[in-house]
Write a protein that binds this ligand. Sequence first.
Ligand code: CA
Length: 226
Amino acid sequence: MRILVVEDERLLCDAIAEDMELEKYTVERCYDGADAYERLYVEPYDLVVLDLNLPGMDGLELLRRIRSERPELRVLILSARAQLSDKVTGLNLGADDYLTKPFALEELEARVRTLLRREFVRREPLVQVGGLCLDTVTREVSARGEPLLLTPREFAVLEYLMLCRDRWISQEELMEHIWETDANPFSNAVRMHISSLRKKLRERLGCDPIQTKVGQGYRLAGEERT
Ligand code: CA
């Protein structure tokens, strides 16, 4: 899952980004509204954490544009504007959630989790596929009931495959939703992480649940098949 944090107070922006990275999300930082708008145009983020008072382009204007051009993108507004009118305007413009500063990072984490879960599995925090169980709240995964230790990237790949289960996912799609913008699309990063992930899964499950098809990509099948 890829998140863009748009916040011009750099310390706060960095604190949020670092916290989200610990939660195993791929996070990019942006300190300017106009810059954010350009990036949103070309990058398929899954969620945007958006401040309202921004240089370059005001957050509400940015939200207005996001809603007309990328209606599916989830937006969580972060603002020091405590006035009810701003909150109402933000929600009317289609923000998915609104958090008033100052706030606790745990609160932001909880809301981000809920928003990212919405599209895929509604309100159920546990995602289960075959012998695997991923807890979207604790950000942990278990195989056959035992905790499975994964690197943040392996976790991110597995989470995406589990949320999109039974659908073929191309290498490009994984790259777009998990890697940062500056990642080299020609690197073999996806293959390397899939390979290390497979090794861990095979050790634990006794089989490899990740299927590969030339030209289609990867798929995590609900039923264990060969
Ligand atoms: Ca600001």
